[in-house]
Design a protein around this ligand. Structure first.
Ligand SMILES: Nc1ncnc2c1ncn2[C@@H]1O[C@H](COP(=O)(O)OP(=O)(O)O)[C@@H](O)[C@H]1O
Ligand SMILES: [Mg+2]
Length: 391
């Protein structure tokens, strides 16, 4: 058998938030070189990377020239808002984009992934309509019915997302979406409101050989479209999880690129409804930092580096709760860390973001316990004790 030689690779990380930071830490454990990019200085992943650059990733020439100059072995997007044209052209020239440029393009806005799932693959989703002009809004909203969700086609973490209960609230929701839409995408998606029993993320790692390996399902709670807490394992019946796996296989076999995917579902009665997916580590999946033998960041790396992924196991039931800022500050400080760290099997990650903003995720509490409910309770209470302050 030919001996496998592992050599130092250069990874270019596009987006340097908290998920990128953990990815860099795992990459550094393997002795890899990582260059982190974002639109602002001193972003979380930059604090642990070998080198960093501040650029406008939505500008095609800027992104393309930066990547060419840095000449990485792998380009790993951590965010959605970037020039896909630059990535597509570089992939044509032989550069490795993770998982691949087509998947990055399909998942960067809400429309392509939704159409792929619903129209091409016949997977159940919420009913939906796209609207690009305010004049069409009323008619399409009435077709969907109220309440409905209105979201910018390009946004994340609940930004610009509104639950619209009545027709007269459409204008405000439309304006919120316009002012929170990223890139130059002005359209919105209207979605049937699913009054689900619960929602979950099925983290799935697609190996380089095309095999899909599932992690145990992660339950989570969102508020105003943004994640608040998550836990693993989620108790769920076989019928639902098997359906979610079947749907995930269908989608990943189509997208076909190595890496971790966070596949989001709603469960209602005996139905599983596909919501969206990230072709990269997922925020609710940060729980795997303590719950699994191989966390989602290491799984991502191992998948695209084509390293072995033996059995993924649960170490201990675990939970997370986010630490949010209530206000805007420069150079925030934190109170209550001592109280939080007094909880058993509990860790606090502070992301080191240089600025706090209202509602911005500044850190996370992770807690493990043989009793999952206690893990959740400890994560909640520890997080509650921490406050983000200005001095
Ligand atoms: N059609 C829907 N019905 C009910 N809740 C929804 C619907 N779409 C989104 N949500 C809620 O909003 C959250 C965020 O929506 P999502 O589409 O995942 O946006 P993002 O890309 O910002 O994560 C979901 O996790 C869910 O809690
Ligand atoms: Mg989501």
């Amino acid at each position: 058998m030919k001996e496998h030689i592992f050599s130092k690779k250069r990874i270019l990380l596009l987006g340097s938030g908290e998920l990128g930071k953990e990815l860099v830490i795992e990459a550094k454990r393997l002795g890899l070189e990582v260059i982190a990019i974002d639109k602002y200085k001193n972003a979380p992943a930059m604090q642990v990377a070998d080198d960093s650059y501040v650029i406008d990733m939505s500008n095609k020439n800027v992104l393309k020239n930066t990547i060419k100059k840095l000449n990485p072995d792998f380009v790993v997007p951590e965010i959605e808002s970037l020039s896909i044209e630059a990535l597509k052209e570089l992939e044509e020239e032989g550069l490795r984009i993770i998982p691949n440029a087509r998947t990055v393009e399909i998942t960067m806005n809400r429309d392509k992934i939704r159409d792929l799932a619903s129209k091409d693959l016949n997977i159940r989703t919420a009913e939906y309509q796209y609207v690009f002009n305010y004049d069409d809004l009323d008619k399409k909203a009435v077709e969907i019915g109220f309440p409905l969700l209105l979201k910018p086609l390009m946004s994340s973490s609940g930004k610009g997302q509104s639950l619209v209960e009545r027709e007269e609230h459409l204008l405000k929701a439309w304006s919120d979406a316009q002012s929170n839409s990223r890139g130059n995408v002005n359209g919105v998606i209207l979605e049937e409101f699913i009054d689900f029993d619960f929602e979950f993320t099925l983290l799935t790692v697609r190996k380089d050989n095309g095999e899909n390996v599932f992690c145990l399902p992660i339950g989570h709670i969102q508020s105003k479209g943004d994640y608040q807490s998550s836990w693993q394992p989620l108790e769920i019946n076989d019928l639902l999880i098997n359906e979610a796996k079947k749907i995930t296989n269908q989608i990943l076999n189509n997208l076909n690129g190595p890496g971790i995917y966070g596949v989001e579902f709603f469960a209602k009665g005996n139905d599983v409804i596909f919501s969206e997916l990230s072709p990269r580590p997922h925020d609710t999946g940060m729980v795997t930092l303590v719950s699994q033998n191989i966390n989602e960041f290491e799984l991502h790396l191992r998948a695209f580096l084509n390293l072995p992924i033996p059995k993924i196991t649960l170490l201990k039931p675990s939970a997370t709760r986010v630490i949010l800022s209530d206000e805007e500050f420069i150079n925030p400080k934190y109170t209550g860390l001592n109280e939080a760290l007094n909880f058993e099997n509990t860790k606090v990650l502070l992301f080191g973001k240089p600025n706090a903003k209202k509602g911005r995720r500044m850190g996370i509490v992770l807690s493990s316990n043989d009793d999952l409910n206690l893990a959740r309770q400890n994560a909640d209470e520890a997080s509650l004790s921490i406050n983000v302050i200005s001095n």
